[in-house]
Write a protein that binds this ligand. Structure first.
Ligand code: URP
Ligand code: ZN
Ligand code: ZN
Length: 475
């Protein structure tokens, strides 16, 4: 065995299926040896007493996206991936969002320009299809899938993004032909608009009413409709950011019928409830928690925990969608128009840096899920579902040396002042978590140690992805 550049010594290696103490030897950024004792090495990192995990893969983040109302997103690729690295992640999957009336290919090129040279973690873009013209469906989308953009998101709500049922079916059909994976934002647009008008007419304009307008009924209905469309077109789908029991039951219903329906949930559905949207006595601070679907109630949180442990959920992603609360020139959540109605509050909250600690603390430290399941939900499954496995998402010979050293005893109080994202707040301020990433290693190079992210040049790369090994069986 040739000499290693680096050895991670004496830690407890954890994958989605195994846990054992061993050394990991790395050469040229790749894992070349896993054994009891590696001595022929240039450098050693002592991991005694720590867990050695595959780097976190956050499969749902929004960075540097344009918004329809000019609200400024708080993270570009530099700050967003830096925050991700600080939170123990080595890969993130942001969205290259098509703006209606524009070319999908052009939009992907624009995102590459935004990301180029700025990324501290590896990145790989999902597409967002907002304008499924014959040219997009017949030419651009198939060509992009073949170029390694093997997943795309569609929306069933938001006026500037929503697709009607015929459009959804047409997009699903292309996904099946190209063996791409469709991710669905499942909330019924008309039901939300109806409820919004009703609440506004009754004078209910505060951020809290966002949670009433975006009801779980509208989420359940859209989830079932998306599943029906997937059944009709015979295509696997991922229902993203599932918030509670009602949509979960639709997913379980489909799976009992043998359908390939995958499900994602997020920290806000275990750590927040709609009560948070009340702020302090229904004041505007509640806008800090406005996201879609909104956090629900404790019964929903319990349901999400059942789903995280029984396999209903495949993915635990952040849905990091960072806005400022206070920003100059009306570009944050706290703007004049948003104060007239909850419907103008930008949807989305930051969370890429706190995703892993929140799931570990609430899940593993509190005995709700095993550490292997934690790894599956946060790293291995995202890699397998989105065509990155086994280069990413596991620790085995030949995998990229993307590694997070994890201290399961460390207690941390989450504070905005200590985080690295661009937002001026965290929705999890003051939350005490047990379990924290102490070092993040990307392809054999340390990019974060003890909260300090490397000030060397950002070395993250864009990853061309293969076909989903869970969605479409390997030929
Ligand atoms: O409120 C949210 N989730 N904003 C991000 C956009 C999306 O729908 O994922
Ligand atoms: Zn969404
Ligand atoms: Zn999202």
């Amino acid at each position: 065995m040739a000499k290693c550049d680096l050895t991670i010594r004496g830690g407890t290696i954890v994958t989605a299926t195994d846990r054992f103490v061993a050394d990991i030897g790395i050469r040229d950024g790749v894992i070349v040896e896993i054994s009891e004792s590696i001595t022929d090495t240039s450098e050693v990192i002592d991991a005694t007493g720590l867990h050695v995990l595959p780097g976190g893969i956050d499969a749902h983040v929004h960075l540097d996206q344009p918004t329809s109302d000019g609200t400024k997103m708080a993270d570009d690729f530099a700050t967003g991936t830096l925050s991700a690295a600080a939170g123990g992640n080595t890969t993130v999957l942001p969205f290259a969002m098509q703006v209606k009336g524009t070319s999908l290919r052009q939009c992907v090129e624009d995102y590459h320009r935004k990301a180029e040279g700025k990324c501290f973690t590896d990145v790989s873009f999902h597409l967002v299809i907002s304008d499924p013209t014959p040219f997009v469906l017949g030419q651009e989308l198939p060509a992009l899938v073949r170029d390694g953009y093997t997943s795309f998101k569609v929306f069933m709500t938001y006026d500037d993004l929503v697709l009607n049922d015929q459009e959804l079916l047409e997009v699903f059909d292309v996904a099946r032909q190209e063996e791409a994976l469709v991710m669905v934002h499942a909330e019924g647009n008309d039901a939300i608009k109806f409820m919004t008008q009703k609440l506004e007419s009754e004078g209910h304009n505060a951020p809290y009413y966002h949670a009433e307008a975006h009801s779980q009924i509208a989420e359940r209905e859209a989830t079932h409709r998306a599943i029906s469309h997937a059944q009709l077109t015979d295509v696997p789908v991922v229902i993203v950011h599932v918030s509670g029991r009602d949509p979960m039951e639709q997913i379980q219903w489909a799976r009992r019928r043998g359908m390939k329906v995958f499900a994602e949930t997020c920290p806000q559905y275990i750590a927040l409830t709609k009560e948070d949207l009340k702020g302090l006595n229904m004041d505007f601070q509640g806008a800090k928690y406005v996201c879609s679907p909104p956090p629900r109630d404790t019964d929903s949180q319990n349901a999400i925990w059942e789903g995280l442990s029984d396999g209903t959920f495949d993915l635990f992603s952040s849905d990091h969608c960072p806005f400022y609360f206070d920003a100059p020139n009306e570009t944050g959540k706290n703007n004049n128009r948003a104060r007239t109605s909850f419907k103008w509050v930008p949807n989305g909250i930051p969370g890429v840096e706190t995703r892993l600690p929140i799931l570990f603390s609430e899940g593993v430290s509190k005995g709700r899920i095993s550490i292997e399941r934690f790894v599956a939900l946060t790293s291995s499954n995202p890699a397998r579902l989105y065509g990155l496995y086994p280069k990413k998402g596991t620790l085995t010979i030949g995998s990229d040396a993307d590694i997070t050293l994890w201290d399961d005893c460390r207690e941390v109080t989450i504070r905005q002042d200590d985080l690295h994202h661009g937002s001026d707040y965290t929705p999890y301020e003051g939350m005490v978590v047990k379990g924290w990433p102490v070092r993040t290693i990307l392809r054999g190079k340390t990019i974060m140690v003890e909260g300090k992210v490397s000030d060397e040049k950002a070395t993250g790369q864009h990853l061309r992805r293969g076909k989903s090994e869970l969605g479409y069986s390997k030929k």
